[in-house]
Design a protein around this ligand. Structure first.
Ligand SMILES: [Zn+2]
Length: 363
């Protein structure tokens, strides 16, 4: 069988195993068996449920982390991949394709398989398949880093092959409320304290959206649902702030808290934070880091106009970098992730295999 057809067949098989977030186990089990049987990998789950597969490699070389996430978004049940003549792969249209992130997993498998067939010596690999990435990086957040020896890593979970991610934000999520006092809006308005008005006054004073070139702020919940003749007593708020520069994130968070406290107090209301959580911390890989440099050279030689960028989205790489493993994100070749028109071209999947085969022996 032609290699492209063989890669497609394997991809088709992997996406056919349902693994929506929270239901990854059968899929992880499939990979566990494949890696153990075909590559002689030592496979284990950490306590949280991440799959770690240690693939033996060249003696004396330090291990390298390769990571993809095992979960998919919805609708991801009963995915059937179809390949067109030009090599473009899509679902049948009623589900996602799950190239995000199974294209990456297939690319890892084929890099290892091809290296074995051609006698290319790879370093020992620590292949980590995380769970719950799509619902808040759950797996990599809870990962037992003491089980990993790698100090360099590659997450294969982006889109275009010319884009590599070398930095990410500190991401804070909060849940809060403004408390006023209920009263009949027509009979005794002077006895009420309108929590909604106080909260709205506060939001009007700080930037929501793009705060500066590397900081963003959003409010996703602003809920108060009472009858029109009742002065609202409570507003429930959920929001987030992210910045590539943690001090900027903290500064904007201070601004938000001050605004709510000041505007609530001005009306006799109170502001309470119910939960405040930093999901992951900012990281910034040096462009001169050998991993980044080598990757840039390889991609440039393959004809790509390389963009090494810091992005405000969350990836498992954020947690790996915080966990002491210098990790970049490279693309799978996938396009339109999280949509019914998601696709990946087989030619791009072959290129990612080539990139890994070039890069890994150099690390
Ligand atoms: Zn992904």
């Amino acid at each position: 069988m032609d290699i492209k057809q063989a890669i497609f067949e394997e991809f088709k098989q992997l996406v056919a195993i349902d693994s929506e977030s929270g239901n990854e186990q059968p899929f992880l089990e499939h990979l566990y068996n494949k890696f153990e049987n075909e590559f002689g990998a030592e496979c284990l789950y950490d306590k949280a449920g991440n799959l770690i597969m240690r693939v033996p490699g060249a003696a004396g070389k330090e291990p390298i982390l390769l990571c993809c996430h095992g979960d998919t978004v919805k609708p991801g049940i009963g995915i059937e991949a179809v390949m067109a003549e030009d090599g473009n792969i899509t679902s049948k249209g009623d589900t996602i394709l799950a190239a995000d992130d199974k294209a990456g997993i297939v690319e890892i498998i084929w890099a290892i398989r091809t290296a074995k067939e051609k006698g290319i010596e790879l370093p020992p690999l620590e292949v980590v398949i995380t769970f719950g990435e799509e619902v808040g990086l759950l797996g990599s957040t809870a990962l037992d880093y003491s089980l990993l020896k790698a100090r360099k890593g590659i997450v294969i979970d982006g889109g275009d092959l010319n884009e590599i991610v070398i930095g990410g934000p500190t991401h804070l999520v909060y849940e809060a409320q403004v408390l006023g006092k209920a009263a009949h809006a027509a009979h005794i308005p002077s006895e009420g304290i309108n929590a909604l008005k106080a909260a709205a006054n506060a939001v009007a004073t700080f930037t929501v959206g793009q705060v500066d070139h590397e900081t963003v702020c959003n409010i996703g919940r602003f809920v108060c649902d009472v009858a029109t003749n009742v002065i609202p007593e409570k507003v429930a708020i959920k929001g987030e702030v992210r910045s590539l520069d943690e001090s900027k994130m903290l500064a904007h968070w201070e601004t938000i808290k001050n605004a709510f406290n000041t505007e609530a107090a001005a009306m006799g209301a109170t502001f309470e934070i119910l939960e405040e959580k930093t999901h992951y911390k900012a990281y910034n890989l040096d462009e001169a880091h050998p991993l980044v440099e080598k990757l840039k050279v390889i991609l440039t030689e393959m004809g790509y106009d390389v963009k090494a960028q810091r992005i405000l989205g969350g990836t498992d790489a954020a947690n790996f970098n915080t966990g002491g493993i210098a990790t970049v994100v490279i693309g799978t070749g996938g396009k339109g992730a999280h949509s019914l028109t998601e696709s990946v071209n087989i030619n791009d999947m072959v290129k990612v295999v080539d990139i890994l085969l070039e890069l890994l022996p150099q690390l």
